[in-house]
Design a protein around this ligand. Structure first.
Ligand SMILES: [Zn+2]
Length: 281
């Protein structure tokens, strides 16, 4: 104990500590949920926030989005799968080189960094993007960073053209085989901070819908704090099916507030001056 420190300074120290803890402690409850994020992250009310409600009649068909180089992925299957319960979602950290390019990203190569999901307490809600107000049961996010312009994910994460996220709607139906490594291991990742590496293969390509040419695209943000406005969003029109068991495995996880991890989806933000483009008519 340092006796030279005045009690006022100690008080100051703990107040600062508390503030920091509080900032880190965002969540999805009334006390720390999306409507409160603006206090610590004023960009929550910014000009290009995500998610949004996609109004299909207002989305503009733009043949240039596909242009001469359609959207394409070149992922490498993972040979071991690194999973983390980060307190807000379940995340798979990618270790192999995977590239997303073309479409609205032009010639820049975006590197796959991780994927995670958002979901509801029940099938009728849980996606972050909505389509004419319709919510899906869940939404998968494959997060990429611009490796043509930046040196790392950390370097890219705040840049206006730093990230590209593929959004995939999930609907109840048959099981998704490639998602089994995640859903089968949720029981071992129940608590916030739990991590594990599973000795198996996973090909991120097989998490995508079969139709990857029909999508909406717009400029937006991260949907969780720090809410950086750095994301080119690509939201596929065709949903992917997960089984009831796979969806309930997600709902049995526990979040950083020790609640069932459910309804970890931010509601749609205002579109403001932005235009949503679509690649199909
Ligand atoms: Zn997300």
């Amino acid at each position: 104990m340092c006796l030279n420190v005045k009690s006022k300074d100690i008080c100051q120290f703990f107040t600062e500590r508390l503030k920091k803890t509080d900032m880190a402690h965002w969540g999805y409850m009334t006390k720390n949920g999306p409507s409160t994020w603006g206090k610590d992250f004023p960009i929550a009310n910014g000009e290009r926030q995500s998610p949004i409600d996609i109004v299909t009649s207002a989305a503009e068909y733009d043949s240039d989005v596909q242009g001469s180089s359609p959207l394409s992925t070149n992922y490498t299957p993972e040979s071991e799968v690194k999973l983390v319960n980060n307190g807000h979602s379940i995340m798979c950290q990618i270790t192999k080189k995977g590239v997303l390019t073309g479409g609205p990203l032009g010639k820049d190569e975006y590197r796959l960094e991780q994927f995670h999901l958002h979901w509801g307490a029940e099938d009728g809600r849980g996606s972050e993007h909505t389509v004419d107000g319709k919510m899906y049961a869940s939404e998968l996010h494959l997060v990429h960073w611009n490796a043509t312009k930046y040196s790392s994910f950390a370097d890219a994460v705040q840049k206006p053209d730093g990230l590209a996220v593929l959004g995939i709607f999930i609907t109840p139906g048959v099981a998704c085989n490639q998602f089994k490594v995640i859903s089968d291991n949720c029981g071992k990742l129940k608590t916030s901070g739990a991590e594990m590496t599973v000795e198996t293969t996973l090909d991120p390509t097989l998490l995508l819908p079969s139709n990857t040419s029909d999508y909406w695209t717009y400029l937006g943000s991260l949907t969780t704090p720090p809410l950086f406005e750095s994301v080119t969003w690509i939201v596929f029109k065709e949903p992917v099916e997960y089984s009831k068991e796979q969806l309930s495995a997600l709902r049995n996880l526990v979040d950083s507030d020790d609640n069932p991890m459910q309804d970890n989806n931010r509601p749609p933000a205002p579109l403001k001056q932005r235009k949503v483009k679509k690649t199909f008519t």
